[in-house]
Structures are given as structure tokens and as C-alpha cells.
Design a protein. Structure first.
Length: 560
């Protein structure tokens, strides 16, 4: 399939106009990438929209949902050499008759299919599959492979610290068994889609837990005498002081796994029985989430899209750590990313790399704070600025001045709901008239777990569901969707997450009340009169939409 064919498919289906497509084509030529890679990597058209059309044009099948675990034959993938296993565009799926069904995300990679056929001797039947599904299948295979499951137990039997008692902790941390253990802890976490690794020492043993879809789950336990070596190994990898055990420390680890780059943000802190360590996993090459996938209800999505194309003002997204604020802001930035806009972000850390966007990583050690970075980048003539977080008065003042001088500013605040962002800025010391004249929209969000589609079933509402619907003065449904628990969801009944959102556009009445410095309760009452739906109301709509459960909504929201 050549460049002309791809352009024809795009134009016939009116996915992009001809002028914009020519601009993207020129960008692909300058970057030495093919047109399809440029379109998909730049998120100009989503993979789910474009690839089925290409599959149809080629006369190939399109895998439009995650294949059932029973259909996947892991031995096919595990039999490949390292080069083919790390090829991110292809995955062997299962045998069918005398053929091997192979999924490919980029049908232009003909040489890759030729190599696969030459090395394996397989009679191949091709299917088009989204790249993120290939990645998910590979992670699942690696996480469930006997090698990954058995290596810890095997090493526990083979390795004893007593053999190394005459060596320093630093020397022990550089021994192969300890290196393997730490690498395996990290590899397993990435393979099962964990966002954080928690390693915690107790009196008798150390426990490793993974945070998956926002909830911690225990993974493994280690003898207490092995723990110092594990922590020292992590400190060596993160380039932080292994001798310092009395103070909190921060570091960073960069690794490559399955042809993808990951950053691990490492934080250590002294606790009762040693040092606690948390590693936050950031997929630097991960696919950006599309705005349509975040969980917006139609009315709020239209309003949000209307706000993010305005020429100036501030859009604030609020919520606690881990509520998806950064993902939302990056999705917004990605959706307005264009060659005619200069977009600069200041983040701590940079979680997603966005082609065409200038991204700055905060480094407080050398004086590059949010405020210092924001003050400096205004000299670079940006159209849009994304500020990772407003933490103090200085940063807030500069952000507001930036918005008032003709720039669109995205940022986040730590508040419990959307309207409290106004009160938070007032508490920081910002003058009311500056807030009312600069803030365009406010949004709060939380993440709830989705019901696992593979083990979902309907049943009468639980007591929690009845309580939730009664508190909202809504009729209790006869049946709701729940998950039984299966291998695909680690027996939790949930797989993946979605946002519940409250969104409000500032109107004249809200601006007037802001200038009058009224209470949060008065502001919220006016926001509700203006049509704002609370996060709990949005959560109820997602329960009725068979997306999540009442238990999840109650877990992350407070009574409105």
C-alpha cells in the first residue's frame, strides 16, 4: 500500500481535508517517516478509525476488540527470536487450519512479514489490529509465562545472603541474583499494567504491591534480610545515595522493555522497619488517550472542546493525585496540536511525549520551577501553555498574567470539586477580579474502574447501589452490571478505568459572585443552576450505562 492509496482512503472518507493532509505529508517527508506512521504517531486520525478502512481496502480482516485469552496461543509468540518478539507492529495470535493468524498494526511493514515468514516457515494469514492491542497481548503473555511466574521461587531457593556476608551492601546489590530480582519486580509490574510499585519493609518480611487500576494488590514477599540489598539496587539504578537512610530521596530510572521506553520515578522514605520505596511507572511512548475516550458525557464534551480552542484564558482541571488530570490535559493538548500553534508544556514529570509540542521537565535542584519555567517560556512566543500544577501564589499569578496577555493556559489544582478551584485561588492570595477575568472553565474528575467485559453479568443491585440511588433520589434499577472475576481481570471483576467528571463554564453570574468573594456553597449552587452535573451524578449515569458499579462511585466521591 503506497502513499497515494492512504491519501485516497482518507479523502474519500473525509477524515481530514486536503490542505491539512498535504501539511501532514510534508511533515512525514521531512521526518523520514512514512505517511501512515506520521498520521498515527501524531494522533491526526485515531487508529480505531483509520485502520479498519485500510483493512477493508486491502481485503484483510480487522480485529476490532481485544481477542479472547482462549484464542491466543502464547507459545507462538514465545517461540520467536528476540528481534521478532520486540517488533511492536506484529504479533502471532493463533493457529487456524494450516495457517498462523498474525496481527499487524502497520500493513506497510511488508519486510517484517517477509522476515517472520522466512524465520518461522509459517503459512501466514494477516489481520489488521490496533497497536495498543498488540502491546496488551504481549504484556499478558509475558506476565503469565511460566518463566516469569517461577523465577522468584527458583531464585529464593538458590540465593542466600549468608554466602555474601563478607561483602558490603553495595557489592551485594550488584550481584546477579539481586539484579534479577529487581528487574523481575519491575518487568512484572509493567507487564500487568501497574501504575506504581510499592515495596514496604515490616518486622519479619518485605512486601511488594502493585497499584492496578488505582487499587493496590500484593504481588510477592521477601525475607527481611534480603530487603536492604533490594533497596540498594533500586537506589543504584535511580542514581541516589545508598548510604543515606535517614532522609527521603527522589530519583529516576529509565528502562526499555518490549521496544518501549519507560521512566520510573523513585521515592524513598524512612519508615519504622527500614525504608519504604515507591516507583511510579511512566510509559514515555504510550499512546495518548483521545478526548472521546475519557468519559465525558456528550454535553460536557462539546463544552470542553469549545473551551480548548479559545485564544486565551485559563482552563483548570482539579482532583487528587492519580485522578487522571495529566491524561486529560495531554489529550486536550494533543487534540489542538497543529502546525500553526506553538504549544509549550512545563511538567513534573513529562509523562507523555507529544510530537510537535515543546515539553519542559521541571528541575527544582537547578532552580527550574513551574514559576521560573513559565516566566521564561513567555519569551518564546507560545500560543498555548500547559502548566503541570499551580502550587503557590507566584505560579498562580504568572499563570493568570499569561492568560490575560493573550495565551490559552491549561493547568491543575488539588481541590475536591470543580468550583472549589475559585476558593483555592482566593486563599492563595489572588485578587478576585483577576480570577473572574482570566478563568474560562473548571473541571473536576476521578477515576473509577470499569466492569470487566469478559466476566460481566447482570444481577439485582447491592446494598451500596440502593444507598447511592436513594441518596440521589433516583429510581433503583431492577438489575445492574457487575464482574464475577476472571483471569483477564485478576479476579477483581474490573479491568481498565474511566473518568467521572463535573465541568462548568464560567458565566457572568459566576464571575460576579467571584468578585464578591462569596462562599464555595453559594458558587456551587449557582454552578448547579447553570447546568453543572456533579461527579456523583455522572457516576450514576455510568452505572446505568453498564460501565462501572455503585461501589466504585461511592469509593471516589463524597456526598454532594
Amino acid at each position: 500500500m503506497d502513499r497515494k492509496t492512504i491519501k485516497r482512503i482518507i479523502l474519500e472518507n473525509k477524515l481530514i481535508d486536503n490542505k491539512r493532509l498535504n501539511e501532514i505529508e510534508a511533515l512525514s517527508v521531512n521526518s523520514n517517516n512514512n505517511l501512515l506512521e506520521t498520521i498515527l504517531n501524531g494522533k491526526y486520525i485515531s487508529e480505531q478509525v483509520l485502520m479498519p478502512l485500510i483493512a477493508d481496502d486491502l481485503g484483510l480482516g480487522w480485529i476490532d476488540s481485544e481477542p479472547d485469552d482462549k484464542e491466543i496461543e502464547p507459545d507462538l509468540y514465545l517461540s520467536l527470536n528476540k528481534e521478532l518478539q520486540e517488533a511492536k507492529e506484529v504479533i502471532p495470535l493463533f493457529r487456524k487450519d494450516d495457517k498462523i493468524v498474525v496481527g499487524i498494526s502497520n500493513p506497510l511493514k511488508i519486510e517484517l512479514i517477509d522476515k517472520l515468514q522466512l524465520v518461522t516457515g509459517w503459512n501466514i494469514s494477516l489481520r489488521i489490529i490496533a497497536g495498543f492491542r498488540i502491546d496488551a497481548i504481549k504484556k499478558s503473555i509475558i506476565a503469565s509465562s511460566p518463566e516469569a511466574q517461577g523465577i522468584i521461587e527458583k531464585e529464593n531457593d538458590e540465593f542466600s545472603l549468608e554466602e555474601l556476608s563478607d561483602k558490603s551492601i553495595e557489592d551485594i546489590a550488584n550481584e546477579a541474583p539481586v539484579i534479577k530480582r529487581v528487574n523481575l519486580i519491575i518487568m512484572q509490574a509493567i507487564s500487568i499494567g501497574a501504575s506504581d510499585i510499592h515495596i514496604e519493609p515490616y518486622e519479619e518480611e518485605a512486601i511488594v504491591r502493585y497499584r492496578i487500576d488505582g487499587v493496590l494488590k500484593e504481588s510477592s514477599r521477601y525475607p527481611k534480610n534480603l530487603y536492604p540489598a533490594l533497596i540498594s539496587r533500586i537506589k543504584i539504578m535511580a542514581d541516589i545515595n545508598i548510604a543515606e537512610r535517614r532522609l527521603p530521596q527522589d530519583g529516576r530510572i529509565s528502562i526499555n522493555l518490549m521496544d518501549k521506553s519507560y521512566d520510573l520515578r523513585v521515592a524513598t522514605i524512612p519508615v519504622l522497619h527500614g525504608e519504604g520505596v515507591v516507583l511510579r511507572i511512566l510509559d514515555k511512548t504510550g499512546s495518548l488517550v483521545n478526548l472521546d475516550m475519557l468519559g465525558f458525557r456528550e454535553k460536557n464534551l462539546k463544552a470542553f472542546k469549545r473551551q480548548i480552542v479559545l485564544p486565551y484564558g485559563i482552563i483548570l482541571v482539579t482532583g487528587p493525585t492519580g485522578s487522571g488530570k495529566t491524561t486529560t490535559l495531554n489529550a486536550a493538548i494533543s487534540s489542538i496540536n497543529d502546525v500553526d500553534k506553538k504549544i509549550i508544556t512545563i511538567e513534573d514529570p513529562v509523562e507523555y511525549e507529544i510530537p510537535g509540542v515543546t515539553q519542559i521537565h521541571v528541575n527544582a535542584k537547578v532552580g527550574l520551577t513551574f514559576a521560573a519555567g513559565l516566566r521564561s517560556i513567555l519569551r518564546l512566543d507560545p500560543d498555548v501553555v500547559m502548566l503541570g500544577e499551580i502550587r503557590d501564589l507566584e505560579t498562580a499569578e504568572i499563570a493568570i498574567k499569561t492568560a490575560l496577555t493573550g495565551h490559552l493556559v491549561f493547568s491543575t489544582l488539588h481541590t475536591n470539586d470543580a468550583i472549589s478551584a475559585i476558593t483555592r485561588l482566593l486563599d492563595m492570595g489572588i485578587e478576585p477580579f483577576l480570577i473572574s477575568s482570566s478563568v474560562n472553565a473548571l473541571m473536576a474528575q476521578r477515576l473509577v474502574r470499569r466492569v470487566c467485559p469478559k466476566c460481566a453479568y447482570e444481577r439485582p443491585p447491592t446494598a451500596a447501589a440502593e444507598t447511592l440511588f436513594k441518596s440521589a433520589k433516583k429510581e433503583i434499577p431492577v438489575k445492574l452490571l457487575y464482574g464475577k472475576g476472571c483471569e483477564a481481570c485478576n479476579d477483581t471483576g474490573y479491568k481498565g478505568r474511566v473518568s467521572i467528571i463535573e465541568f462548568i463554564e464560567m458565566n457572568n453570574k459566576l464571575r460576579k459572585l467571584t468578585n464578591e468573594k462569596v462562599s464555595t456553597e453559594v458558587l456551587k449552587k449557582e454552578a448547579l443552576c447553570a447546568g453543572m452535573e456533579t461527579m456523583r451524578e455522572d457516576g450514576i449515569s455510568k452505572i446505568l450505562g453498564k460501565i462501572t458499579t455503585a461501589e466504585e462511585v461511592l469509593r471516589v466521591t463524597q456526598l454532594d
